[in-house]
Design a protein around this ligand. Sequence first.
Ligand code: CP3
Length: 346
Amino acid sequence: MQLKNDLLIRAAKGEAVERTPVWLMRQAGRILPEYRAVRESLSGFKELVETPDLAAEVTIQPVDILDVDAAIIFSDILVVPEAMGCTYEMVEKRGPLFPNTIRSEADMKKLRVADPHEHLNYVLEAIKVTKRALNGRVPLIGFAGAPWTILAYMVEGSGSKTFSHARGMLYTNPKLAHQLLRMITDTTIAYLQAQVQAGANLIQVFDSWAGILSPAHYREFALPYISEICDAINEVPVTVFAKGAFFALEDFSKLNCETIGLDWNMEVAKARQQVGPNKTLQGNMDPCLLYSSFDTIERETKKMLQEFGPQRHIANLGHGVYPDTDPEKVKCFVQTVKEYGGVISE
Ligand code: CP3
């Protein structure tokens, strides 16, 4: 299926674009009343994730309503630990909870390397349904969590400010941490390859908890596994988004991936210097900009476009859009990129 709008793919590959593409991390689900309507008719978040027709419906909502240049499949990074045998619950207003954490050799014995076709088929089905419904309008992004971030949830058992159990394991039982990272990586590679086979046009790896590791631990426990994932996905462009990993930008320049995501703590010019000219950069507006007036959003978005320049940039926020953001403000961000991305001279 030929894509009618392939700006995202061309920008990722470093090909010339007539305009900067734009989408938002966490665009599906968090902010749209249309999402809440679907969600409230169900037993919970997991029913939505596990029902391909409904997952496809909420995946496409932001394309229709926000006019973004890409869809991202409605799912969660936590489906991977679940497929491995570590189930999660999504607790209303609190977030994810794992009743059984992984903290010992005995806990590890309960896990398996998952077969995506057997244990994650609902995601692959959702991708196929979405692709059919999109009919080439925009590319579909597939995704997974980076192994360190997935380990963090499996060991900690929930969200946390410190992830002290997970970080602690890197000191107290590094061997066990590596064993777990190995299983997560093997599962993730097979899962992402299956997503590509099902029709994903680009893959993004989310290392949401990169920023809590020391640079040395990041290089030992995170980077090698991300690098393996990048090496294993060859048919479509790969984006690595590691929140807070400003210290690793030079390491990222060596990854076998097309795009590096930046958060708003990172200076664009410095990041460009560290990542080098051969990768596309994605980001990096502070999601809080979208609490401000339409005028401020337009002014700051133009400034961001100027900083990145018109090529090798995918406009996005520096992290997921916050749940209490007015969709009209998101539309303003998207429309400003569409109007000025590629027009503003360097
Ligand atoms: O980007 C998209 O819109 C696609 C769907 C998507 C979800 N989660 C749906 C979701 C994606 C890409 C994710 C990724 C994800 N999930 C990450 C990495 C990105 C990031 O934000 O750092 C992480 C760390 C998670 C884990 C997770 N899932 C948490 C901590 C929570 C609770 C709080 C929250 O973020 O909303 C979730 C739940 C979740 N995942 C919701 C949605 C729409 C809200 C659940 C609901 O509707 O009740």
